[in-house]
Design a binder for this molecule. Structure first.
Ligand code: ATP
Ligand code: HSE
Length: 323
């Protein structure tokens, strides 16, 4: 990439990037959408010393579990890559406020990376194209999950629903979001590492399953354009990944049955799990699902947290910018 002209006098910034639901049932590694909450916050402070020294000064909310080495943390990787690519020579201190669980399937590693890259762009104002910011955030995912998949970082950065049409070359399509689409995100308190949840998948699929899966992806995308909730509901089916990964999630089938019975239009594993999502038409329907799902979790003695959020069309938010 050509070196960008940096033209900002800002010294400090805080950016928020949201949790995301990747895969969305049938779109393994290619579909995702952003939530409004929860999400991570990254603050950056720059020093104009020509040293290009990057340091993670503080991480809160992680119970000491996240790496503080710059090149081990998705936020640190993103800042390092951004300043190198934009030709910046300032030193940068990073403060990460972790507000979501690790290994959750809620795009936690992606939220940190996207908050970091959005904070860099606000602080240095290099005018870096979104697709290049996305590639930087993907490098964080490569480190955290062993694969540079983009279905969490793309919706976190672009907002709304995104499709990764191709990885080589990277081709991202922003999709429309039907009015009134809400998500209930259920996070049972068990941990599933993305890397392990990827390793258990089959590397080859049958032609008949590929036909079912591509039909569902096409139906889902069509439903987003037309706002056809019934088509969306019929398309939220996954014959490739869910049947394998659901064994990692206690009472998955019971929760899915309960959500659908109580009015959800679809239910599936969020990313690599253990979080699960229920898509609903309207906030009232989304709130109706919370209690019966909570009762299933209580029945099996698993703690959990349930979030209700509209699909976030905004992506990252700059919360503070100081000179
Ligand atoms: N800033 C960060 N936030 C979260 N995890 C990070 C971060 N930086 C590095 N990691 C590493 O990434 C791993 C967590 O990745 P994992 O993909 O399992 O979680 P996740 O991002 O919550 O899940 P998913 O991508 O399925 O939503 C941990 O081993 C953690 O040390
Ligand atoms: N598409 C990725 C998302 C991880 O959050 C997976 O399912 O492994």
């Amino acid at each position: 990439m050509e070196k960008l002209k940096v033209k900002s006098d800002y010294k400090k910034v805080t950016a928020f990037a949201p949790a995301t639901v990747a895969n969305v049932s049938c779109g393994f590694d290619i579909l995702g959408f952003a939530l409004s909450n929860p999400g991570d916050e990254v603050s950056l402070e720059r020093v104009d010393d020509g040293q290009r020294n990057i340091r993670i000064k503080e991480i809160t909310g992680d119970n000491g579990r996240l790496p503080t080495e710059v090149l081990e943390n998705t936020a640190g990787i993103a800042v390092q890559q951004y300043i190198e690519q934009a030709g910046i020579t300032d030193s940068v201190e990073i403060m990460l406020k972790k507000q979501m669980p690790l290994g959750s399937g809620m795009g936690s590693s992606a939220a940190s990376a996207v908050a970091a890259v959005a904070a860099c762009e606000a602080l240095f104002q290099a005018g870096m194209p979104l697709i290049d910011q996305l590639k930087i955030a993907m490098e964080g995912e490569r480190k955290a999950c062993g694969s540079a998949h983009a279905d969490n970082v793309a919706p976190a950065l672009y907002g709304g629903f995104t499709l990764i049409r191709s990885y080589q070359p990277l081709d991202v399509v922003r999709l429309p979001v039907p009015d009134d689409l809400y998500c209930v995100l259920i996070h049972p308190d068990v941990e599933v590492r993305t890397q392990s949840a990827r390793e258990i998948l089959r590397q080859k699929v049958s032609l008949s399953d590929a036909v079912i899966q591509t039909g569902n992806v096409a139906g889902l995308i069509s439903s987003l354009y037309t706002g056809d909730y019934e088509l969306l509901s019929r398309s939220l089916q996954d014959v490739l990944v869910e049947p394998i990964r659901k064994i990692l999630i206690p009472a998955f089938d019971k929760m899915k049955y309960t959500a659908l019975k109580n009015g959800a239009i679809g239910y599936g594993i969020s990313g690599s799990g253990p979080a699960m999502f229920a898509l609903c038409k309207g906030e009232e329907m989304a709130n109706n699902i919370k209690l019966p799902i909570k009762e299933v979790l209580e029945d099996i003695g698993v703690e959990g947290k349930i979030y209700v959020s509209p699909v976030n069309q905004q992506g990252p938010v700059i919360k503070k910018l100081e000179q």
